[in-house]
Design a protein around this ligand. Sequence first.
Ligand SMILES: [Mg+2]
Length: 254
Amino acid sequence: MRKKIYSKVKCVVFDLDGTIYFGKNLADQAVQIIDYAREKAGHVFFATNNSAKTPLEIYEKLHERGIHLTPDEVLTSSFLLAEYLLKHNLHQTITIGTDSLKTFLHEKGISTDSKKAKAFVVGYDPKATLKDLDYPLNYLPKDYLFIAANFERSYPIENGWKTPGAGAMVKMAEFVLQKETDVFVGKPHSVMLKWIANKFELTPQEILMVGDQYKSDIQMAENFGAHALLVTNGEANPYPCKHITALAQLKELL
Ligand SMILES: [Mg+2]
């Protein structure tokens, strides 16, 4: 029996890809662990760097798989991206991303293929090609802002298979446009946890972040001063942080 080191935590924030699900498959005991975390901590939240889907689409995906949650318990980097653009008055952009991301931005009054763009946005789009860089290469002004909605190299899907992440497109765009990314809106920046802390009026120490990526999930929690727990999914942990080897082990610590 392990010591319940997170018994004082009031909100457990779960990463999704590689933590709660692997492509179409849920992690072992995911439904029970999330229910247990909610019962013990009081709040649970789901935070993903996935900018390809809207918070509502993520909610539907989790709900269909039997996870108990409400639509306002999901935070995506697409949501934070829209908030950032609106806050900084960047209503005209050139955006690389899925149709879902573009529709989400359009609904907020943000254009995604403007010849007067002041911002260039890159989100996850598995169908993106070199051709998508024609427009930004020719239309962006000198002083535009380069914003990345996520920056993963790769992420795990079914049966241990990995697939390239949005970071590949960000790097390609940086090379072609000869400019480095100015702003990241997703993990490891602490914006997501700050947003959750404000929503529930919690201190960083009352939040536990559980995720499978050291450089996004764990570093975000460390940047914010929250507790962090790495799920290694059976692999060794080369990082200086607490870990469990499978999500189901979280139960012993809450
Ligand atoms: Mg993950």
